[in-house]
Design a protein around this ligand. Structure first.
Ligand code: BTN
Length: 248
């Protein structure tokens, strides 16, 4: 664990189907050092949540995956990894922009309500522990136009160009630092930071829940990371990603 404080090891690729797939293949061949990152300047089949495609123009944005062995995190708390990653990305973005950065549960990162980053975490479980975790991150840096009108990039927000490799190093270091702190001190701080950054917390907003539009307020998360809301009739709702859609 202590060795993760060394400069992150980054494997750079010109092109691959998906850095998450590349990391999974590496792990099939043997163990990689914890904290190893795979960065590709282009993905031919970048994957998003719920089977979606991750849109990212060639050579414009940061698309990478980090390998971790979080066997100290109890299975029931796997969501803590999502929190570490989201909070680390937000920290970086808050330094780079003077805008409002929020986490749209579970781990979309929004700047001024536009998505600038998305995370796809793939855990391999065995004997009731997380054997390895592949943390895939897409962060839009320099791309100017997106098919999705709700997407944006750091360049669109700040007007500046961002270097892909140094941004990768910066984000990896933050994730590894927070991961180390979690291991040393437990999750209290990261839980609080995540909640504090949650988009829509305590606000009455419109959602599509199990196919129906409802007004509800986010109250927080349960231990497993499910979203807890109350609707306008004070009914308590606990849901996972497939059940709810934010309308904003
Ligand atoms: C989402 O918001 O839907 C998650 C997007 C995750 C995209 C990243 S890009 C690097 C890594 N490789 C992939 O194929 N997906 C993740």
């Amino acid at each position: 664990m202590d060795q993760i404080f060394q400069a992150p090891r980054i494997i750079e690729l010109t092109s691959t189907d998906s850095t998450n797939n590349y990391a999974a293949n590496l792990l099939k061949q043997g163990k990689e050092a914890e904290g190893t990152a795979i960065l590709s300047y282009y993905q031919t089949k970048g994957r998003g949540q719920r089977g979606a495609y991750w849109e990212s123009a060639k050579g414009q944005n940061l698309t990478f995956s980090i390998i971790l062995y979080p066997n100290f995190i109890p299975l029931k708390n796997q969501f803590t990894l999502h929190k570490i990653v989201a909070v680390s990305i937000v920290d970086f973005l808050q330094e780079q922009t003077r805008s409002k950065v929020r986490i749209k549960w579970p781990n979309d990162i929004l700047v001024n309500q536009h998505k600038v980053s998305g995370v796809l975490i793939e855990n391999s479980l065995s004997n009731n522990i997380i054997e390895h975790s592949i943390i895939g991150i897409g962060l839009n840096l320099n791309q100017r136009n997106f098919e999705n009108p709700k997407a944006t990039s750091l360049r669109a927000i700040t007007g500046n160009r961002f270097d892909i490799l140094s941004t990768c190093r910066e984000i990896c270091s933050r994730i590894l630092r927070n991961y180390y702190m979690l291991n040393q001190n437990g999750s209290e701080n990261i839980d609080a930071s995540y909640l504090n950054l949650l988009f829509g917390l305590g606000e009455e907003r419109l959602y599509r829940y199990r196919g129906e539009e409802i007004y509800a307020k986010i109250k927080g998360l349960n231990e497993a990371g499910k979203l807890i809301l109350t609707d306008d009739k004070s009914n308590l709702i606990q849901c996972d990603l497939r059940e709810i859609e934010f309308i904003y």
